[in-house]
Design a protein around this ligand. Structure first.
Ligand SMILES: [Zn+2]
Length: 360
């Protein structure tokens, strides 16, 4: 049994059932960081590539998925990426991700993908887009999961910014909805040089979806807002150090994609109990829960809900409110949003009645 399916202590059956039954959306999830060890191993063997810990098989690989720091995480991430070569590989990881999402009743996900990691290894843009298109179509037909893509720029590789944007624009026909910004978040790699790229992306209808306030403080979040016109902030947990920033995020209703287990996994906080999620919510910020790189942090979206509900004492309406936020903060079509929100409300009402509580 994987950690993701272990029972979470302190979670009663009603809340566990609600988390399972709620149709969910996931807004911060990396495709290359979602590859399960078994599939990573199969792809590595297909292409004759090594993976850290692979001599002990999938279980050995799963143990190597546990990181001490961000650098170690990036090394595994790149080793797995190196095993992705042809369109079938990309389609395979998309379909496998959709299978896992469907198993947890996640109906929609905005999935981040880093095209230049693969283009740099000689994979063509056409191959990438063909693999994503096939995977996305099969996710819909085989698993009932709707996927949208965020193509991200790695911030210390400036020369890759323009080709990433070009691929993202081309990829709109296969579901690309946003331009992301990730990599080493540090003033050493400033945001400002990317402002023209993000301005163009937004003018062309893509959303600006940068990581900020994860590895660096409030200044990084301000830069993402002012220089990249961020529509949402990936992580943003460090915003609390600046009350003016918190006020700005609240006033302008800028959503934060919060990934608690990932934050603990890379050592930002010693344990979930020390995570600032309760303070972010108490400050009136617009927060959705997300899993980032689920197998690499031994988590999943439902597991984030379970762990947080147990650690922070959320009741059923609070859990449902978080699930509602993910839908509201998403860029899914308006009609789909209305349908999913109605389904969520129906599940909450049904379970509430079963629990003998007054109707909501
Ligand atoms: Zn991320």
């Amino acid at each position: 049994m994987s950690a993701a399916s272990s029972p979470v202590p302190g979670l009663d059956p009603l809340r566990a059932r609600l988390i399972e039954r709620l149709p969910k959306a996931e807004l911060h999830l990396h495709l290359e960081g979602s590859v399960e060890p078994e599939l990573a191993l199969a792809l590595a063997r297909k292409h004759g590539k090594p993976l850290p810990g692979d001599e002990a098989g999938a279980e050995g690989l799963r143990r190597s998925y546990v990181f001490k720091d961000f650098g170690e995480f990036v090394r595994m991430y790149l080793a797995i990426s190196a095993c992705l070569t042809d369109a079938e590989d990309f389609a395979a990881i998309v379909v496998d991700l959709a299978r896992k999402l469907a198993a947890e009743n996640v109906r929609y996900a905005e999935v981040t993908f880093t095209p230049m990691t693969h283009v740099n290894r000689g994979v063509t843009g056409d191959t990438l887009l063909a693999g994503l298109a096939e995977g996305r179509a099969r996710a819909r037909t085989e698993h009932g999961v709707e996927l949208a893509w965020v193509f991200d720029i790695v911030r210390h590789r400036f020369a890759e910014g323009a080709p990433t944007l070009a691929l993202a624009l081309e990829g709109r026909q296969v579901g690309v909805i946003g331009l992301g910004f990730a990599g080493p978040e540090s003033p050493q790699w400033p945001t400002a040089p990317y402002a023209p790229l993000f301005a163009r992306a937004r003018a062309e209808g893509l959303r600006s979806l940068p990581h900020a306030g994860e590895l660096d403080g409030p200044g990084s979040v301000w830069s993402a807002l002012r220089e990249l016109g961020a529509d949402r902030i990936g992580h943003g947990v460090q915003c609390l150090a600046d009350p003016a920033l918190v006020e700005h995020l609240r006033e302008h209703q800028v959503p934060l994609e919060v990934c608690p287990t990932s934050n603990v996994g890379i050592g930002l906080y010693p344990a979930l109990a020390a995570h600032p999620l309760p303070q972010l919510l108490a400050a009136g910020l617009h927060v959705s829960l997300a899993s980032d790189d689920p197998p690499m942090f031994a988590t999943s979206l439902a597991e984030e809900y379970r762990r947080c509900a147990a650690a922070f004492g959320w009741d059923a309406p609070q859990i449902a409110a978080l699930a509602r936020n993910s839908v509201e903060h998403s860029f899914m079509p308006a009609e789909a949003k209305v349908r999913l929100l109605a389904e969520q409300a129906a599940v909450l009402a049904e379970l509430h009645t079963l629990a003998g509580a007054p109707p909501m």
